[in-house]
Design a protein around this ligand. Structure first.
Ligand SMILES: Nc1nc2c(ncn2[C@@H]2O[C@H](COP(=O)(O)OP(=O)(O)OP(=O)(O)O)[C@@H](O)[C@H]2O)c(=O)[nH]1
Ligand SMILES: [Mg+2]
Length: 430
């Protein structure tokens, strides 16, 4: 399974820049750079060197040489930090490819790092998430997983199940020497692992939110000032604002962030009884947004409200503060004027605090990892069932399946085809 050829790619973005980096990995790396440069290279020592095409000086570049296994991929690696002209960078890559490397596929450097044991698969996936991260919190979660927080938990669970499998198998194979395995002990260990899987699975929803943004729905009666607040938060005229009730009909979705938290703002149609066909559909969508939202801002026009039972769960926002002098403070969590920018910063802080309350210390896992955990959970459930009334042979069937699924999270039990599939979502050069 260990790759034997040498791969190369431009690992920086294909754009004009001060510097571009070409990475070469594999057993020919050092030989290739020796062909393009006249310097002698020493492991981990940066050198400034000319890159030659035949006798011609093409560019002066910094060369970073790494000897296996102390490199990103665990193989011999050369990094060429050249000037960042698009033509120049591609020219250097062409020379590298003509000297005995082939173009790397998406994610192939990281894939090699996994195959060579430099990191597990969960850490490799985290690299893609670090690159994709659009906010401080998603980046921090990815860094956590990159440091091995998920991988180490999965590995220790898997190890404990492997030990269990070993012991049960021993008692099947050598009943006279080892004796029957204690059912109680078996179920205790399985239950313990199931509990840990549940904790990890709780991080799935969090992970999804972190990657896609917390949904904050702005809802309320027509004319409450929903679209005006949206525009004020976005600092642009995104939604149409008029004094006609029922102005917003379609759901408006915009990406936003508060102190690095990714947020999706939803401006909705004002909710009221209506015969208008289009408005009706809009109001349906408002109800749907309320269902799906992680946080609801319930806007209440302070110039025109009745004392209804406002849902305590939501953030009750009194609007048009500039128009009123007297109001019932009990009814509102915060009062704002989008027109005069009054308390808008305070509202943002409140939204942030509410979301942070939802946010926990869970490791936020991705869909693939969650799927595999669910498989492992099912298998352990079955194994637990079998241990209650069947012979030991039957306990191990599903136990093996659970061990397999856990191993797929870290990449310990992955086939080459599955690995290729996972790394296909990386960018070239990663
Ligand atoms: N004085 C004042 N007027 C506001 C404020 N916020 C909104 N308005 C006015 O209230 C009216 C309705 O505002 P919108 O933002 O369109 O209200 P909406 O809730 O989106 O209404 P629908 O889309 O019809 O449901 C407009 O005339 C706004 O200018 C405010 O803070 N102060
Ligand atoms: Mg509106």
């Amino acid at each position: 399974m260990y790759p034997s050829d040498t791969i190369a790619a431009i690992v920086t973005a294909p754009a004009k820049a001060a510097v571009s980096i070409i990475r070469i990995s594999g057993k020919n790396s050092w030989e290739i750079i020796q062909r393009l440069s006249s310097k002698i290279f020493i492991d981990h020592q940066i050198q400034l060197s000319w890159i030659y095409e035949n006798e011609n000086k093409l560019d002066q570049a910094l060369i970073l040489p790494f000897k296996a296994p102390k490199s990103f991929t665990g193989e011999d690696v050369i990094e060429i930090h050249s000037h960042g002209g698009i033509w120049l960078t591609e020219k250097i890559l062409e020379l590298v490819l003509n000297s005995g490397a082939r173009l790397a596929q998406r994610g192939e450097f990281t894939q090699r790092a996994v195959i060579n044991g430099k990191m597990d698969l969960s850490q490799a996936e985290a690299i893609a998430d670090i690159i994709d991260a659009k906010s401080a919190s998603s980046s921090q979660n990815a860094i956590k997983i990159y440091q091995g927080e998920l991988g180490s938990q999965i590995k220790s669970m898997r190890l404990s199940l492997l030990n269990l499998l070993g012991e049960v198998t021993a008692s099947i194979d050598f009943p006279d020497e080892v004796g029957e395995f204690d059912r109680q002990k078996f179920s205790q260990i399985i239950l313990q692992e199931l509990k840990q899987i549940d904790i990890l699975l709780a991080g799935e929803k969090e992970g999804h939110i972190l990657r896609n943004g917390y949904k904050v729905a702005i809802v309320g009666n027509p004319n409450a000032g929903k679209s005006t607040l949206l525009n004020s938060l976005l600092k642009k005229e995104r939604a149409i604002v008029t004094d006609i009730a029922g102005t917003t009909r379609d759901l408006i979705e915009e990406s936003y962030s508060i102190k690095g938290l990714p947020i999706v703002l939803l401006d909705t149609a004002g909710i009221r009884e209506t015969e208008d066909k289009i408005e009706k559909i809009g109001i349906e969508k408002s109800y749907q947004a309320i269902q799906e939202a992680d946080l609801i801002l319930h806007l209440i026009d302070m110039t025109n409200y009745t004392e209804e039972d406002y849902d305590q769960e939501n953030l009750r926002v009194g609007t048009k503060l500039d128009l009123v002098s007297d109001y019932d403070e009990e009814l509102f969590d915060i009062c704002i004027s989008s027109k005069n920018d009054q308390n808008i910063e305070e509202l943002k802080n409140m939204i942030y605090d509410k979301i942070i309350q939802l946010n926990t210390d869970l490791v936020k896992i991705n869909l693939r990892q969650a799927d595999l955990l669910r498989h492992a959970k099912q298998a352990l459930d079955k194994s637990l069932e079998a241990s209650k009334n069947l012979s030991e042979d039957f306990w191990t069937i599903d136990l093996r399946q659970a061990i397999q699924s856990l191993g797929e999270i870290t990449g310990e039990t992955l086939t080459e085809e599955l690995l290729d599939n996972i790394f296909a979502r990386f960018c070239i050069g990663k």
